[in-house]
Design a protein around this ligand. Sequence first.
Ligand SMILES: Cc1ncc(COP(=O)(O)O)c(C=O)c1O
Length: 364
Amino acid sequence: MAELTKTISDLTTPVVLLDRAKTIANIRSMQDHCNANGVGLWPHMKTHKMVEMAKLQLAAGAQGLTCAKVGEAEAMLPSGVRRIFIAHSLVDVRVAPRLTKLADQLDELRVAATSVAQAEALERVAMATGRVLKVMLALDTGLHREGVRDIESAKGVAAICARCPQLELAGIYTHEGQLYGAKPEEQSERTAAVLQRMIEVRDAIDTSLPLWPGCSVTAPLMAATGKVQVVRPGAYMFGDMALAVTSQVMAPIDVAIHVLVTVVDRPEPGLALIDAGSKVFSSDKTALGVHAIAVDGRDIQAVRLNEEHGYLRGSDVDTLKVGDRLQLMPAHVCTVINLTNQVTVVEGATIVDRWRVDARGRVD
Ligand SMILES: Cc1ncc(COP(=O)(O)O)c(C=O)c1O
């Protein structure tokens, strides 16, 4: 722990604050819920990209980690992780040597088969690794991104796995990210529909295949059904506006990542400019066009961003003066972490550590 200032009032801004106690409580609560339902937890590390965070999740009982990219998986090895699922469409044989090296350092490496066309390419990748790879069949359950669209394609992917000695079909997964758009009162029904679709497709191929859905909005609901074997949420241990305000699956007080910013100008009534823009928050916003909100309850929102400026509006914005500092809850936490080299770890206002974002930029 090098050269720590003592409290957040010593910090210059903008700075990303990670509340350690809240983070640990969020990890514990998801893990306890999974344990109580006999469901495995393979958190998606895309949200945190930090070895320190992976260590906390694994120590709490996570069975493995989900990654999007091979580079993210490589960056997580120092956490001591033994099982990794790369939930992305691998197609390039040039990645095979890296996969082989990864597999050598793990007890289990799972890869994704996301369509018939991609599975044909994956087969060539697997042959080049010289390893038997466990394959998770991706099913589109409404996001309309990767994943087979129908039972015929699911059977096509299963047939490719059956003919290739180096691909072993080992489960079905989905990312039901469309649930971020569900109203709180619709979540149970829409989660049940996702699960029903997974069961339907699974039963058409092999009734013994485990089901691995993955989304922080649905993870507690999915785990409680007793019909899935693993859940793979990502953002749950930090939270953001998407989880605490829009979908309301967590309390705003439990959100563990805040961005501390400074008001740098008040060019006109009703507008405050802050020292953090899209290079801190990314361009992500809620469906209502909000990039971040004040966490102290005042009606203050970042409604527009340039690279180095945020535009604060809201009925309480005229309570702000130049030099004031405030903490904001971001609309989408994953992209905020991805833009910073390190987070400042706090307990209340006390700085207790700084953690590197190890997989920052590992989009490879
Ligand atoms: C394939 C996949 N699995 C799991 C997740 C985790 O979702 P969430 O961040 O909603 O928990 C994501 C998020 O984008 C994803 O793309």
